[in-house]
Design a protein around this ligand. Sequence first.
Ligand SMILES: *Cc1c(COP(=O)(O)O)cnc(C)c1O
Length: 433
Amino acid sequence: MPAAPLSNVPDAAGRFGPFGGRYVPETLVAALDQLASEYQRAANDPHFHAELDHLLKSFVGRPTPLYRAEGLTRLARQHAPPNHGATIWLKREDLAHTGAHKINNTMGQALLARRMAKKRVIAETGAGQHGVATATAAAHFGLECDIYMGAEDARRQRLNVVRMKLLGARVIEVHSGLRTLKDATNEAMRDWMASVESTHYILGSVVGPHPFPRIVRDFQAVIGREARGQCMDTLGSLPECVVACVGGGSNAAGIFHAFIEDSEVTLVGVEAGGRGAEPGEHAAPLTYGSPGILHGSLSYVLQDHNGQTADVHSCSAGLDYPGVGPEHAYWKDAGRVRYTTATDEQALHAFQQCCKVEGIIPALETAHAISEALSVAAAAPREHNIVVCLSGRGDKDVDEAARLIATTAMNDAPRLPVDSPIPRGLDHPRQSE
Ligand SMILES: *Cc1c(COP(=O)(O)O)cnc(C)c1O
């Protein structure tokens, strides 16, 4: 039986194999149906694409460069066997307007809101990047904008709270639960149930009920389309490997999508390994979780044996989420993408390395992908090329990174100078692999 192409998902019900779908209260069904049919019309409308392309070019700053990371490549080669140490390339989403990939999605969804004549947008935010990107799109289009943010995240990302307010948004701090992204998402969904007539919910990742996982993936797929073309132009071939961090999974889905049918390209998604494998110490549902329903769709979830969503931990607010997009669950079970983790400590180490050898301060989220890319590169032949999705810049993280570098918890582990060996031996495959 010939396998259906992996890229031919979701189906009309929003299913990625068994995953995805729509598990929502009755009050949201009409709004989701309206969104799905409006999106279908927009997707078939050349004017919509022309307007979005123009915005991406003139306002967002696309295409973003594919940058040859000489410093990281040199670092990987220092620890590689002879003739090993692949070249590392960075797809520079940090150079997109507002400093991360999030804006690709929010500009697209704000255009959809305008098509549906909705005058107000709401969003959840973790690191604050999606809130800033939504507030930016709302300011551009003159939409009213309310952003839900966990109080703990608001503390960790104070600068982004100020940015959102400057952009004209109202920031609503959420004090329930662990006061992070999951709690903010619950509140945003509650708001939407009461306000669907006038309000569009700009979901920030490839999660949630159908049609969100598909819409967000399609708007982020520009990352992979550009990267694929840039590889063909610069290398004359596809890369051997593409690496991205996975929170909800939108930057990863966006860069992977263009390569899904190229079976010779290895795809690696890196989740937040936090402080370790014990429940509550990480935010890695694909690595440690099981299928379950969270925020309206079926995917891998971190949950206890009663199906209660588990607590999560990551040093990066943008990865601190117990669920993941259903398409990643599908890719995992199909064996198309390898999912692994990087711990807080590994990410913080890679963060410092990238700053020092590249002159680029990456987001702490992105640093998880850089950590994995360094060890993949060190183990790969020298002529191979590895593309890392540099999902965002780390200006927002410098206070938190300084605090973490200085804390005792981090000092318990042997401290390594920034240019010391990558702290994961090639001969010690990690637990999750
Ligand atoms: C939000 C964010 C992430 C995580 O979200 P995904 O949907 O998994 O991409 C990763 N990196 C940066 C810079 C972010 O702002």
